[in-house]
Design a protein around this ligand. Structure first.
Ligand code: FES
Length: 64
């Protein structure tokens, strides 16, 4: 599924890029150009990535 239709960026690409930037969302968005055309995708992408990061933090806290 696409995270950004204008730039043909998949959700998987977004997730991998966020991981590659060690969770730096600004760097990931800049690298992909996500949200740089119509901008419709931006809020959904931020929400999705934020939820994934919160989930990972929660899992880490449970292990500790
Ligand atoms: S859908 Fe991402 S910039 Fe248009």
């Amino acid at each position: 599924m696409y995270a950004c239709i204008c730039h043909k960026i998949t959700e998987k690409e977004l997730e991998e890029t966020v991981q590659a930037t060690k969770g730096n969302l600004n760097d990931a968005l800049r690298k992909l150009n996500l949200g740089q055309s119509c901008g419709v995708c931006l809020m959904d992408a931020l929400e999705k990535v934020g939820m994934q990061m919160a989930s990972k933090d929660s899992n880490i806290a449970k292990k500790n």
